[in-house]
Design a binder for this molecule. Sequence first.
Ligand code: EPZ
Length: 423
Amino acid sequence: MKQWYQIKGNRPLEGAVTISGAKNAAVAVVPASILAGECCILENLPCIDDVNTLKDILCKMGAKATFTPGDCMQIDPTGINRFSVTFDMVGTLRASYYLLGALLGRYGYAELALPGGCVIGPRPIDQHIKGMRALGAEIVLENGIVKATAKKLKGAEVYFDVVSVGATINVMLAAVLAEGQTTLVNAAKEPHVVDVANFLNMMGGRVKGAGTDIIRISGVNKLHGCSYAIIPDQIEAGTFMVAAAATGGDVIIKNIIPTHLEAISAKLMESGATVIEGDDGREFYIQVIGNDRPRAINIKTLPYPGFPTDLQQPMMAYLSTAKGNSIIVENIFEERFNHVGELIRMGAVITLSGRTAMIEGVKQLTGAPLYATDLRAGAALIVAALSARGVSNIHNIEFIDRGYEHIAKKLTALGAQIKRCTE
Ligand code: EPZ
């Protein structure tokens, strides 16, 4: 059944929005619960397709898992009796690779069908494999399936050739029950890496240094169940901050961790928006007040704490109507400009050269029929449509449903004219 978002743009977003749990923490913490020998209760998980897909995979493997959105997910991994994750189970879930580290760490065996490539780049897993081999696993990749076996994983030093969120987390999952000390060098420092380390420690793991580029893991014999609430979503929060600025609105974004948003706050302020951090005694919030047109700025995406690649696309939509020329360099992924063609159809003037985009600001974009190509491209099209004059219809919104919980409802509450249409 075809569905699309219809957005009538050119209206400022006003009011308050509460941020959901972080997708990129959730898709790691759910598989990580396999490592416990007991039941785990996970709170603040966003109700998005990626989380539901992972729950379904765990159930097909023999675990018991129930998810009450807005409440918690209860996972009892003790019944797991299948250690191979097939193509039909994985679907388009990119983050299914965390099942490899979790199954290998807990059972010493895993077979994982790799999901197909993704439009933002080939998404290799050579660093994941390098780390697991260093721990003593034997890994074979054939027919699109990774087979990992290890009699006993032994701690080792792993130097990552590139800073990789996925590899850092995946090798951490494999190492937490390994014998002896593991040191991850050149580790990723993203907030969700720290969140997974905290979850492992809540289960009795001994992970130190997460959030720095050296993580030390002392293997333990066993992990126990626990209750854990994941962090709020840095990228969802950043998306709403950009949307507020792009529509010249005034939005309070609640349930955030300000340090996670420093790069995006700095860039929005540099572009002329007002960003105010505060706390109402219960939770932190950030207020973003846009102005009529942003100033042009330059952005380079980098690993955390640099400007996040996941916000490059929404930011480009925002800078399409800046006064002057902006330059965006995408240093993380090879092909993360698939939204550019769609923005150009709305009147944006953007030229690409390799990983560099030059955006010549125009006064205003105009609505058009649009096609999302990936999750954050979809977010970029929503930002563009909200600020554009006229009506836009955004198709392929299943990409957006993978990573943004109730986005239409949240935007409607901020005064946006957005509706989900069904053929
Ligand atoms: C995670 O992807 C996120 N996904 C991505 O978010 C995010 O853009 C990315 O980290 C960077 O922050 C999840 O957390 C589920 P990487 P991941 O490994 O782990 C190269 C979203 O929109 N690389 O940090 O796949 C890789 O090609 C998604 O929420 C290797 O060369 O990213 C890329 O160029 C999109 N070999 C760079 O490293 C490897 O073994 C960073 O990738 C692994 C990665």
